[in-house]
Design a protein. Structure first.
Length: 230
């Protein structure tokens, strides 16, 4: 009797485990892309292994004296500067501001590209076929005009992909595109520098004005139909 009870308990436990795992697995994982609903496509674009939402750290806002010592005049403006306060400032008006939530998305990953064809969301106007492209959304700026490459050039040296035991990967270019919902910052990495399943500790670090962050990605979760996607 005790043996039957133990077996029954084990079966119940296994059933609950299966149900729990199914509840944790998003529905788009178990369907071909052609069968994705718009809701599932939107989930891939906003809440999937290729997408991260984060609150960056806020670097110190330099005083006018510090900027003069560096050969600059006046307060810094532009990407990663506009709309941010400084708790260290003695001026109350300068302490007003909120750190934005940023969205990071691997635009070149197959599931992201497929989902983007099913629903209308803000995306970069162009992404090269020869690169891995990681886009950053949510950075505030009062005005944005100019060539995307020139706008992105100051950000290029302040971004890197890191892998344990391997050489860091720097972007080959950074572009900043204007959009109705704010700028889209696209970091492009050469596909000649392969990222594989052994790179389990992949992380992206960047500084955008006064915004600084490091975001890890789970490469095992980024596998789709047997392939690692970026």
């Amino acid at each position: 009797m005790a043996q039957h009870t133990a077996v029954a308990s084990l079966c119940v436990g296994l059933c609950w485990s299966v149900l729990f795992l199914n509840a944790q697995t998003p529905s788009w994982r178990n369907k071909p892309i052609s069968d994705w609903t718009k809701e599932e496509a939107y989930q891939v674009l906003t809440d999937s292994p290729w997408v991260k939402n984060l609150r960056p750290g806020l670097l110190h806002q330099q005083s006018e004296f510090e900027r003069r010592d560096g050969g600059n005049m006046g307060r810094a403006h532009g990407l990663g500067y506009d709309g941010l306060g400084d708790e260290e400032s003695v001026f109350a008006s300068r302490r007003v501001g909120e750190v934005p939530t940023l969205l990071l998305r691997w635009e070149t990953a197959l599931p992201v590209r497929a989902a983007g064809r099913k629903v209308t969301v803000v995306q970069p106007p162009t992404v090269g076929d020869d690169v891995y492209a990681l886009a950053v959304y949510g950075v505030r700026v009062e005005r944005l005009k100019g060539d995307p490459l020139k706008l992105g050039k100051p950000l290029k040296s302040q971004a890197v992909l890191r892998r344990t035991g391997k050489k860091d990967i720097k972007p080959i270019r950074v572009e900043v595109f204007p959009s109705t919902d704010g700028p889209i910052i696209v970091y492009s990495f050469s596909r000649s520098l392969e990222i594989d399943k052994d790179d389990k500790s992949l992380s992206f670090s960047a500084v955008i004005g006064r915004l600084a962050f490091t975001q890890p990605f789970d490469t095992e979760a980024m596998r789709f139909e047997g392939q690692l996607e970026f």
